[in-house]
Design a protein around this ligand. Structure first.
Ligand code: 5AD
Ligand code: SF4
Length: 439
């Protein structure tokens, strides 16, 4: 029987795709995906450190493996991802969990195979975390598990240094992939029957800047959309400061580009936005949303919003609530600010108490959910098109998303995964929709 792997992923879509790359490396070495963590021959943690709870979660789960490792000394445990890139993190991990065999970083994920070789026959742990980003490796060796959606990195790293954010420290500076390689990867996926491509980058709007700025993100979108046929293009994340008319026109022009933009605002108070180093004001943000809706009237906007940034007052928080209403987000990811060591905000005076943060996040979530529900109700009786992506065995229903990211459930006698399905919405609950599919 082949050796089995088990990958534990924390964090964002970027990490989900990186776990697909890790799976590709392991499969190339003869491993197969296991059905249970307890039976795996190798367990890889792909960590995230953007917020404290993601990090605590990973530390907790790694620690919980001590027993398993003791009972099965042959088990390999590897830890990679953003968390290991933090200063002193690799040492901390080794000290806390001496049973970890391999520690690697975000810049040398592609070398996991070589690290496995180094570990073979050696009792000592292999720790290899690069302080600096290396060359981009363009070849696609992912073992993908998100059909009919294919994730495609267009760039890595971030230059923005928002004062709360650890990403520039653990992911390095912006590096854009060669457009030819991106387009080839997208076309390769569509040739293989993938129906939706999500282009990934911390700030897709600055795509190409590090390559002389001759080939911009909107140009990349135009080039990708030259391909005929029915498919969807999504992208994330757009930093509002670089979001402009050229991109809006591209979204309006190409039917394949979904009319849904993820545009993280973070806060609604100009004072807080300045402290965050976001480089836009609330009204500038709202003007961008307006511009988008002028060219693409049905376009939906989602966002990331944070509460409890240092010095945030009730009045600042009220400004955030007001902005959520005015921007009419269809949904949003909401976060409690957590200080990240090494960032400017972590050193700021006026850190907010956990109690106040908790109370604000509850009010924010309530508002976002109400808005989402109100918009869901408008779906009733409408016919929508969803791309079927999975089957929920518990519910006995197929599911997929419409262009605007709404999840729709429906019954079918045959497998519809990977098909565009027209569905009449009969029920709405919170974010999701249910209805009958047309055959
Ligand atoms: N605390 C809480 N949320 C954070 N984010 C980034 N850094 C922090 C932090 N220190 C959120 C931002 C970002 C999203 C990916 O995570 O909202 O857009
Ligand atoms: Fe972090 Fe700001 Fe870069 Fe986003 S744009 S990854 S929030 S530093």
């Amino acid at each position: 029987m082949a050796k089995q792997y088990w990958i534990v992923t924390y964090g964002c879509q970027m990490n989900v795709h990186e776990s697909e790359k890790i799976a590709g490396i392991l499969r190339a070495r003869g491993y197969e995906q296991g059905a249970r963590e307890e039976d795996a021959d190798i367990i890889v943690f792909n960590t995230c450190c953007i917020r404290e709870n993601a990090e605590n979660h990973a530390y907790g789960n790694i620690g919980a493996l001590k027993k398993l490792k003791k009972s099965r000394p042959g088990l390999l445990i590897a830890v990679g991802g953003c968390m290991t890139q933090q200063e002193g993190a690799a040492q901390k991990l080794r000290k806390k969990f001496p049973f970890v065999d391999i520690v690697f970083g975000t810049h040398n994920l592609e070398d996991l195979g070589a690290l496995l070789d180094r570990k073979e026959g050696s009792k000592k742990a292999v720790v290899d975390v690069w302080g600096k980003e290396g060359e981009i490796r363009e070849e696609d060796f992912s073992f993908r598990s998100s059909y009919p959606n294919g994730w495609v990195n267009i760039m890595y790293g971030c230059n923005n240094f928002c004062t709360y954010c650890i990403v520039p420290y653990v992911r390095g500076r912006e590096r854009s992939r060669d457009p030819e390689h991106v387009i080839a990867e997208v076309n390769g996926l569509l040739d293989r029957g993938y129906k939706e491509i999500t282009l990934l980058g911390q700030n897709v709007n600055s795509y190409g800047n590090d390559r002389g700025g001759e080939f911009t993100f909107p140009q990349l979108l135009h080039k990708i959309c030259e391909r005929d046929g029915k498919y969807r293009i999504r992208f994330m994340t757009s930093n509002p400061k670089d979001f402009g008319e050229e991109l809006v026109r591209a979204i309006a022009e190409h039917e394949q580009i979904c009319n849904l933009v993820h545009l993280p605002v973070q806060a609604g108070s100009d004072r807080v936005l300045r402290l965050m180093n976001r480089k836009y004001t609330a009204s500038e943000y709202l003007k961008k949303v307006e511009l988008l809706r002028k060219f693409v009237p049905d376009c939906q906007v989602t966002s990331d919003i944070m509460v409890g940034f240092p010095t945030e007052t009730e009045e600042d928080f009220q400004a955030t609530l007001a902005l959520v209403k005015e921007a009419k987000f269809c949904t949003a990811f909401t976060f409690v600010y957590s200080p990240r060591s090494g960032t400017k905000a972590a050193e700021m005076e006026g850190q907010i108490s956990e109690e106040v943060k908790k109370e604000r996040i509850m009010r924010l979530v309530e508002l976002v959910n109400t808005q989402t529900r109100e918009q869901s109700v408008l779906y009733r009786g409408k016919t929508i098109e969803i791309l079927c992506e999975d089957y929920d065995a518990k519910k006995g229903l197929y599911l997929g998303r419409d262009e605007y990211g709404r999840m729709g459930y429906f019954k079918s006698d045959r497998d519809r995964i990977g098909e565009f399905v027209k569905m009449r919405v009969s029920e709405t609950s919170g974010v999701s929709l249910a209805g009958e599919a047309f055959e």
